[in-house]
Design a protein around this ligand. Structure first.
Ligand SMILES: Nc1ncnc2c1ncn2[C@@H]1O[C@H](COP(=O)(O)OP(=O)(O)OP(=O)(O)O)[C@@H](O)[C@H]1O
Length: 232
């Protein structure tokens, strides 16, 4: 990113991500300040998800360091979990709570005072109003995906991390979500997401990190050509 590293909310220095001591991509150097969005792109197996998991402390780095707000990332810290909204894995719902109850629980756990109104607005934004009182097991796969994404927006956050947000969404919802992410970024949220959707990246990201044998930062206008053939 072009901004000063000192302004970074999320910062990685020579960060090597991987599994069982095997790196999945080249070392990454990045700094993500508030109000900026960085997309991680690359083909299947390039190491995008592994990198995101490492950046939010769910996997230990194989090398280098990652910090949030000047402190080493530690997802056990309550303040880190309060500041970072993430949708990395699918379908982490309480099976006995309806979609509305899941969102209310999430909002209230994060101290949202007008939780009922906030949840109603996000149910509408994600097209879930009619199915709000169904259990997750009674939703379609795309509706469950919408619910997982809505949960990231019913609560305050300083950093939003999404792994392939376009996954299982129809074309209209993909566009709506990309525009929403861009609006939240413009309002000051830092956003990090992995994607195979060039249109999503162009709409929502200021810059893209191409995960490969060498990790390279690209301007968003270079993304469509880079991603030709890798979109899922
Ligand atoms: N839990 C795991 N243990 C060991 N290796 C893993 C594990 N998860 C993923 N890998 C391997 O790490 C590499 C990178 O996988 P990763 O899921 O990070 O890629 P990706 O770029 O997100 O791929 P995709 O676009 O298919 O989602 C792959 O070779 C994969 O097989």
């Amino acid at each position: 990113m072009p901004d000063s590293p000192d302004a970074a909310l999320l910062r990685a220095d020579e960060l090597t991500a991987g599994h069982d001591d095997v790196p999945t991509s080249a070392p990454v150097h990045l700094h993500l300040p508030p109000g900026r969005a960085l997309a991680v792109i690359g083909p299947n197996g390039a190491g995008k998800s592994t990198l995101l998991h490492t950046l939010v402390g769910l996997l230990p780095p194989l090398g280098g360091s990652v910090s949030f707000d000047g402190e080493p990332v530690d997802e056990r810290r309550a303040s880190f979990r309060r500041d970072v909204a993430q949708v990395l894995d699918d379908d982490a719902f309480f099976p006995a709570l309806t979609g509305r109850e899941h969102l209310l629980l999430t909002a209230r756990a994060h101290g949202v005072e007008d939780a009922e109104e906030v949840v109603a607005a996000e149910l509408a934004a994600f097209g879930l109003e009619e199915r709000a009182d169904a259990l997750p097991s009674r939703l379609s796969s795309g509706q469950r995906r919408r619910l997982a994404l809505a949960a990231a927006f019913v609560r305050p956050a300083r950093l939003l991390v999404l792994d392939e947000p376009e996954r299982r969404l129809d074309a209209e919802m993909r566009r709506t979500l990309a525009e929403r992410v861009a609006a939240e970024r413009d309002a000051g949220l830092a956003v990090l997401f992995a994607s195979h959707d060039a249109a999503f990246v162009t709409t929502a990201a200021d810059e893209a990190l191409l995960a490969d044998e060498e990790c390279v930062l690209l301007p968003p206008e270079a993304v469509p050509a880079t991603m030709a053939g890798t979109e899922g």
